[in-house]
Write a protein that binds this ligand. Sequence first.
Ligand code: FAD
Ligand code: NAD
Length: 402
Amino acid sequence: MRKPKILVLGAGYAGMMTTKKLSQQLRPDEADITLVNKHNYHYLTTWLHEVAAGTATPNSSRVMISDVVNTKRVQLHFDSVVEIKKDEQRVILENGELSYDYLVIALGFETATFGIPGIKEHALKIENINSSRYIRDHIEFQFARYSSSDEKNEDALNILVGGAGFTGIEFVGELAKRVPELCKEYNVPREKVRIINVEAAPNILPGFDEELVEYAQKSLEERGVEFRIGTKIQKCTEEGFIVGDDHEEIKAGTVVWTGGVQANPVVQQSGFELVKGKVNVDGDLRVPGHDNLFIIGDCSWVMDKENDRPYPANAQSAIQEAETCASNLTSLLRNEDLQDFSFDYKGTVASLGGADAMGTILDDKKLYGMKAKAMKNIIDDRYLFLVGGPKLVLKKGKVKFF
Ligand code: FAD
Ligand code: NAD
């Protein structure tokens, strides 16, 4: 009898953990498992702000997939997904196509532009290893050009960040650490470089705990970050942002947009209906009307029925969704009942650059400074442990054991 084929698209947090769990739960005679990813490496999306600022290297933030996935059990296919033909159970790739009996879509996010003119064309984005490395190199290029030119363009050293959600805040935190290093290297006075973070809401990190937000803002301002809160970005040009009702221009040589995310464009291009940028899936993580199709991670919303709103879409939930998805796929193959996803919120910790961080853990206990930073490192290393065991923690981990 032909074995069912399971196809997992995307080797991010959701896809990697689904694949790992499936390879542990299913016997080889129960199904073939194939993991499709653009690259032969898995990158740690939650570390990308460090790569973009230049405080971490691209190599420290990625893992070869074949080093952590059981290749005797899982077939690896490195190619880009172009379209999902759900009615024909086929996936079109840049260099071929694959068919499936069961599909897991875990292709992650793209940065949402909300139709703001010029963002797509002119702003840099923290989306993957390459786009983040580009930002790092672009910033360094601005310093190199400034220090070697006779006519100094003072605006060129400014770094403008649009959006003060967690990505924007973690990025400016890393910049606060990196900019003094660059100033020293290129012999540029620190006061010549402005790091400006623009946020439309009345405060940074909208919706997050007030005390922690206050702590983050103060800490970042003390290290030279300027905030423009309650200031909506109207337009992005080659020169910077046009903001507010009076259309003020803020000029910078580096403009980075961290204003929000939506599902990978392949999802919409494949005919899935998007609600607020993502696909609404059922409690068991399947697409309504498609019993063999799961969408998890940043491509979907899962409803928290108790609170009548979607669960947050972040790495924490992507990892947990992967567990439910793998377990439900196993149940489907074994004709057992499926379970609904339930999010076990473990807290939120954000780094603020260097040894600083803040956040909440477990029972909403607040952490600040070095304690929060230590917790953030533990959270990062816990994921490395889940995906690659102690060997990967020793190789790439942030907690130093020696
Ligand atoms: P991803 O991890 O983005 O993985 C998607 C995968 O799909 C990638 O491997 C990509 O290469 C692949 N792919 C994309 N397109 C294609 C294609 N066409 N064909 C083939 N493969 C493709 N969340 C937290 O909970 N805590 C944090 O501290 C945190 N920090 C963050 C920091 C930053 C800078 C950012 C940007 C996000 C952060 N998040 C954090 C959010 C978190 O990273 C995402 O929610 C999480 O990565 C979602 O996982 P995913 O598997 O859906 O997508
Ligand atoms: P986000 O949607 O959380 O934040 C985007 C910010 O941009 C918002 O504050 C929004 O008000 C602002 N914005 C949007 N349009 C604007 C405009 N025109 N002008 C000015 N400001 C504007 O997006 P994100 O920060 O990229 O985060 C994406 C997801 O990843 C979230 O779920 C987040 O919680 C998660 N994340 C978590 C962590 C962490 O836990 N440490 C770190 C990074 C990201």
